[in-house]
Design a protein around this ligand. Sequence first.
Ligand SMILES: NC(=O)c1ccc[n+]([C@@H]2O[C@H](COP(=O)([O-])OP(=O)(O)OC[C@H]3O[C@@H](n4cnc5c(N)ncnc54)[C@H](O)[C@@H]3O)[C@@H](O)[C@H]2O)c1
Length: 283
Amino acid sequence: MKIRKMGMVGCGLMGRGIVEVCARADYDVLVTTSGDESLERGLAAIEASLTRAVEKGRATAEEKKAAMSRITGTVSIEDFKECDLVIESVNEDLELKRRIFLSLDKVCQAHTILATNTSCLSVMDIASATRRPDRVLGVHFFNPVPFMKLIELVKTFTTSEETMVVGRAFAESLGKVVIMTTDSPGFIVVRLVMPFVLGAIRLYESGVATKEEIDLAITLGLNYPTGPLSLCDFIGLDTILSIATAMYQELGDAQYAPPVVLKRLVAAGHLGRKTSKGFYYYK
Ligand SMILES: NC(=O)c1ccc[n+]([C@@H]2O[C@H](COP(=O)([O-])OP(=O)(O)OC[C@H]3O[C@@H](n4cnc5c(N)ncnc54)[C@H](O)[C@@H]3O)[C@@H](O)[C@H]2O)c1
């Protein structure tokens, strides 16, 4: 099966990046979010990102125009009936994702493949909300989507081989490198990186060093491009908290337990770069 038209549910940090790379790879993309305002914000962010690509010489003005012309916003999930593939990238909340998959399953044609961009939740738990668990897989992108080469492709016990073949071909058509994983909490990257970033938050919480010192120690000492606390702000502290909570619940391993300061920052609306304040303040 060849993917011609795709759908995207969610146009936040990740959804808008996925829409952008798909439109640039010649797919027609239909996108929806939780409301008009977030849809407008998402579409404006995609346009701004493409404008930056033109300014930096990574795209021509014609390519930007063509990509934007392939993107259509909608507030109705009913419109997804023509899509061959729908990717969900809403907040990391199992019940929300299951509700969306249930609606998509009702609306979409029998051949349509449904994919989730979850960072750590069970793809099987999401797939079981549908009558097509053989056509559900995980397609885990990385942030920022236009620049990060990796996609983790997640196969559940019920995902068919054909779905995996189509999923791989789609991911590679975006210019990404695919790594296959099983449906295990956090797959590969998130499973390994969460103890590191949560450990850095605990170090900060216990007063071992300032946040700036922790980040500088890691960038200079390990030659990482970003320190762990800046990375949390980049990913979104609400997303980090949801991932930590879900992984701790699933694995029962104290390395994944959400630190208190993370919970307090999220409760205070310090969600990272997206709200201009997290561990750090942003203009
Ligand atoms: N932030 C990261 O670095 C990162 C990296 C890889 C994967 N992910 C995963 O991607 C997913 C989205 O994360 P994000 O950082 O883009 O979050 P975000 O908060 O930036 O965006 C969430 C989006 O979901 C939409 N949404 C919420 N409820 C909805 C509904 N009922 N119907 C339609 N849309 C709805 C919101 O309008 C928003 O556009 C999560 O599962 C997350 O774990 C995040």
